[in-house]
Ligand binder design. Structure first.
Ligand code: PA5
Length: 452
């Protein structure tokens, strides 16, 4: 697959925003109709709003520099203008390739680790309703048990794979790609090449390998790091193969971009969130716990943990990102949150629109749960959420991020919101948002052990 359009612009100029609108198509709806994210603060401290106001004023220069376009980081900001790697032409091409795969495949294996697979997985595991193509994951583990299970799950099915590896040097995806290639050649002979897609950077050894063996090559943007790649070919192809409306997701990201680039810090919930994180960090909190009552968000938490962990954990600084899936964790770490060391503040993801109903009807058994008669699980889940915030806010600061609903469009908003917030937050913390030198430490010893 060929990329890409060369976009002419001066760095930091707003040309992309217009381009984004034209490219992805404006919905023509108001902000309210489209349901932008809403951030609320539950903190016992009566002065928190004033403190936040002053903090936001104090860090305003960071936001200004970011909005003007930071030359220091321009080689890592390909995600900052959604349309740079997800304009009409590119999304059409990705969709076309996905449609071709969907015609033929029963199973699509995403081979990738960290930023290369987390975003797609977070959306697919949450909202894939059309099960035409089953999505399977590899490249994130070296466990032979898990990999054998993965291979077993492919038996008797029509298989396509996408090996996503920015520089094609990471061991885990490289090793999985090898066993999957063998599997495909044994199964399909010379036709196997047609079933392999690889997403890598231009000029990488992965591209050369694709050219040599006739695999489909998709461009991994050089100026986008793995964890920032949700709304590029990296995340979008697997989502489209899974039947997700990825164009709507791109629109959600572009709409969020528009809101966050407006300039006014008061209207910028991502800037507000980035300031709150740093304020709490400076007050001595060491952890941020992302929590929610919707198991659909399980893999999104993983994406978020990786984004903030790799971006901020540097120079002996940074909030440790953790996630908790409630109600389950209320019966585990809930005890620690309420009564343990005051290490953390909490950020809740609260989905507003009801997407399902289930009533707890009375039956013939006297079970002591009659107070639930006729109640909808949706309301029970919400009651549990509000009760948790009430209890936890007595001990620690709680932030609530309200999301209108869990669909592709709102995932797009969520991605852009957190990417932007993470960038701002790391800049306030004064660390480089786009490198990850610490990840190399274990690799050195592993490569030594494996004789690389
Ligand atoms: O966010 C990042 O940069 C990392 O998590 C990478 O995505 C991850 O290490 C995988 O890298 P690669 O795609 O080069 O195999």
């Amino acid at each position: 697959m060929e990329n890409c359009k060369i976009l002419q612009r001066g760095w930091g100029q707003p040309a992309f925003r217009l381009f984004a609108e034209e490219a992805v198509g404006e919905t023509g709806k108001s902000k309210e109709e489209k349901g932008m994210l809403n951030l609320k603060i539950e903190d016992k401290n009566p002065n928190i709003k004033q403190e936040l106001k002053e903090y936001m004023e104090g860090k305003r220069s960071v936001l200004n520099q970011i909005l003007e376009g930071e030359t220091d980081y321009k080689d890592s900001l390909g995600w900052f203008h959604t349309a740079e790697w997800a304009d009409v032409e590119q999304t059409e091409r990705i969709q076309k390739l996905a449609d071709e795969i969907r015609e033929e495949a029963d199973v699509f294996v995403i081979v990738g680790v960290g930023g290369s697979n987390n975003a797609a997985r977070s959306v697919i595991e949450a909202i894939q309703t059309d099960r035409k193509v089953e999505i399977v994951y590899a490249g994130h583990t070296l466990s032979p048990y898990a990999l054998n299970q993965m291979l077993k799950s492919l038996e008797g099915k029509s298989v396509y794979i996408d090996c996503i590896a920015k520089n094609f040097e990471t061991l885990e995806p490289g090793a999985s790609f090898r066993i999957l290639r063998k599997f495909l050649y044994e199964r399909y002979g010379e036709q196997a090449g047609k079933r392999m897609i690889a997403t890598g950077t231009r000029g990488s050894s992965l591209e050369k390998l694709c050219k040599k063996h006739g695999y489909t090559f998709l461009e991994f943007p050089q100026n986008v790091g793995g964890r920032f790649s949700a709304v590029t070919s990296v995340g979008l192809l697997p989502m489209a193969v899974a039947g997700i409306d990825m164009k709507s997701l791109v629109r959600g990201a572009a709409d969020m971009e528009k809101q966050l680039h407006k300039g006014g810090s008061e209207e910028n919930p991502a800037y507000e969130y980035a300031c709150l994180r740093n304020m709490y960090y400076e007050k001595g909190y060491k952890l941020e716990m992302l929590a929610g009552f919707e198991p659909q968000l399980r893999w999104f938490y993983k994406w978020w943990v990786q984004l903030f962990g790799e971006t901020e954990g540097k120079e002996n600084k940074g909030l440790f990102p953790v996630a908790a899936e409630f109600c389950e964790e209320l019966h585990a770490v809930g005890q620690y949150i309420q009564d343990g060391a005051p290490l953390m503040f909490e950020t809740f993801l609260d989905v507003q629109e009801q997407n399902a109903s289930l009533y707890a009807e009375q039956d013939r058994v006297e079970d002591g749960f009659d107070y639930l008669n006729g109640k909808d699980f949706w309301d029970m889940n919400k009651a549990s959420f509000h009760a948790t915030v009430k209890a936890h806010r007595e001990k620690l600061p709680c932030l609530i991020l309200e999301i209108e609903k869990l669909d592709a469009y709102h995932f797009g908003q969520l991605f852009y919101f957190f990417l932007f917030a993470c960038y701002v937050s790391a800049r306030i913390l004064e660390v480089n948002p786009f490198d990850q030198p610490g990840v190399e430490a274990y690799k050195k010893w592993m490569f030594e052990a494996l004789g690389k």
